[in-house]
Design a protein around this ligand. Structure first.
Ligand code: T6T
Length: 336
């Protein structure tokens, strides 16, 4: 694909620039729009911050952990613990939340696995620790001192813009999502669906759920291509959906014929870009989310003002800008 180059050129780039302009980041958010913490920390002891990931081993959360650790180190006197479930599953995340709560950290940074299942457990955590929601949120996040995440609705719309660049004449499009009830990917699907509904040259054949399993995502791709040999494009809403979509495209022998746009920028997504099984990836800023999460947590612990909502940006990476400084900086880490 040659027309999507960097976030500075092309129509997707223009859309992205608008989206990014509409986003707020650390320096752009209203510094006084949030709650004021109660000041639970003692000034003499190291602060304890627990980071509960959405799932372990996911490059998005690994990069976020790097941001958490960097902020803690820079601010000094902060002990960080990191844990997460083996799979994306609220039933696995809840016992972790309970055990972290029992240790009464000064703050918990968490990416909840489900908008409703984690609601009550996190309300309970907030009774003894400051809670900062990083990436995902819950139905009523009013107990949290801050929520830091990408503009996920905007990201879904940007994915459709990228598909339009790749398939200017339109055609059938499929979305592969993780599972319903996850705030981030629900918003990505929403942004995509709103955008596709406005373009009659595209036929949206719907959303399929891969439960964060690349193998399931690959099966969805191969069976969809059997049922719709004229499938034009796929939007995969996160790392594992995109990884499986790339495998499915390869198995079906349609690399470059069916266009794939995936969220996230882990090593497997980069490899898929290079292989030509995926044409564009939407890189979030997980390091920034983690870094700012610690800043918000510490502000709350110290009784200083916090920002209730912080939106971080994203960028589109293609083969054209992958090797650029900007493209390389957007990629996720495998370790800190
Ligand atoms: O896309 C990210 C994250 O934003 C989402 O909430 C869950 O999936 C990822 O971690 C990628 O696998």
């Amino acid at each position: 694909m040659s027309r999507i180059t960097t976030i500075k050129a092309g129509s997707v780039a223009a859309a992205m620039a608008l989206t990014l302009a509409a986003c707020s980041s650390a320096g752009e958010s209203d510094p006084n729009d949030g709650a004021t913490g109660e000041g639970t920390g003692s000034s003499n002891e190291a602060l304890e911050i627990a980071f509960v990931q959405g799932v372990i081993g996911d490059n998005f959360y690994i990069s976020m952990e790097c941001g958490v650790r960097a902020a803690a180190e820079e601010m000094g006197d902060i002990e960080v613990s990191v844990q997460g479930p083996q799979r994306w599953d609220p039933a696995l995340q809840q016992p972790i939340v309970a055990s972290v709560m029992a240790s009464e950290p000064d703050a918990m940074l968490i990416a909840p696995n489900d908008v409703s299942a984690l609601q009550r457990p996190l309300e309970q955590v907030a009774e003894s620790s400051e809670v900062v929601l990083v990436d995902t949120t819950v139905e009523d996040p009013s107990f949290a001192v801050s929520h830091i995440a990408s503009d996920n609705v905007g990201g879904g719309a940007a994915a459709f813009d990228a598909i339009k660049e790749l398939v200017p004449d339109g055609g059938k499009v499929l979305v592969i999502d993780n599972q319903p009830g996850i705030s981030t990917s629900d918003d990505r699907v929403k942004g995509f669906e709103e955008a596709v509904a406005q373009d009659s040259s595209f036929e949206y054949i719907g959303v399929e759920y891969a439960q964060n399993e690349p193998r399931t995502a690959a099966e969805i791709v191969t069976s969809t291509i059997q049922a719709h040999p004229d499938l034009a494009a796929i939007f995969a809403t996160n790392i594992y959906g995109a990884e499986g979509a790339a495998t499915g495209i390869e198995q079906a022998g349609v690399a470059g014929e069916v266009q794939v746009v995936g969220f996230d920028a882990g090593p497997a997504q980069v490899e898929a870009l290079q292989d030509g099984t995926v044409q564009a990836i939407i890189a979030q800023q997980p390091y920034q989310i983690g870094y700012q999460g610690v800043e918000q947590a510490v502000a709350a612990i110290r009784g200083e003002s916090t920002e209730s909502n912080i939106q971080t940006g994203f960028s589109i990476v293609t083969l054209d800008n992958l090797e650029s400084e900007e493209g390389q900086a957007a990629l996720y880490a495998s370790s800190c």
